[in-house]
Design a protein around this ligand. Sequence first.
Ligand code: ADE
Length: 246
Amino acid sequence: MRLDVVTIFPEYLEPLNVSLVGKARARGQLDVRIHDLRDWAHDKHNTVDDTPYGGGPGMVMKPEPWGEALDSVIASGEGRPTLVVPTPSGKPFTQQLAVELSEKPWLVFTPARYEGIDRRVIEEYGDRLDVREVSIGDYVLAGGEAPVLVMVEAIARLLPGVLGNAESHRDDSFAPGAMADLLEGPVYTKPPEWRGRGIPDVLLSGHHGKIARWRRDEAFRRTVVNRPDLIERTDPAAFDKKDREM
Ligand code: ADE
C-alpha cells in the first residue's frame, strides 16, 4: 500500500518511522511519502493561509498550494488515490472504515491546521477521486496530523503480513465476527501470581470451550459497563441465552 501525507509539519509524522508502521515500511509492505505543503507556496513567506471570507476567527488554508501539491502527488503514481481529509466535521473513523481503507492500494492524507482547508479543494478533488472527510472523535485537535497517525496505525496493522500473527486482530474490539460489537475482554500472562493476585482458573483449565465462553462473558460484561450504547445498537439475535441471563 502507498500512503502520502501532505502537511506543513512533516516532522509531526516522524512516529511513522517507528514500531509497527516503521517495520512495515522497512519490509516494503508500506510505501509512505511525507510532503511539505510549503514546497508549493510561492511567495517569500511560503504563505499557506489567509483570513476567512465572511469574517470570523482564525485562518483558512489557501486553495492554490493544496491544488498544486495534490496535482503533483496524484501525477506521481498510477491510478487514482483515495483522499482522506481529517476534520472534526467528518464521518466517524471506525474499525469498519479502517478495514475498508486498508483494502485500497493508495491513500493520500491532507491534515489541515487553522480552521481547515478552503472548501473548493474538497469539491475539486471530490469530482475526480473518492474523497473521505473523517473525524477520529468528538473533540477538536489543533490539526489533522495526530488523526493521520491514529488512522495510519489502525490501517497498517490490518495489512496482510504486518501483524506477526494473522489471528491477532480476530478478537479485537470492534472486529467483525462472532464478537462483533463487544469490547475485548481482559488478558493475562505469566507469572501466575503477582502481588497476591492470581489469574482466573478457567484460563489454566486447558478447556477451549470453557475458555471461549469465559472470554465472551467478560467481553459482554465489559461492554455493558463501558459502552452500553454498543449493546443497545446490536441486533438481539447476536446475543445468546447466557448473555441475557447475565
Ligand atoms: N482535526 C482536528 N480535530 C480533528 C478530529 N477530531 N478528527 C479529525 N481531524 C481533526
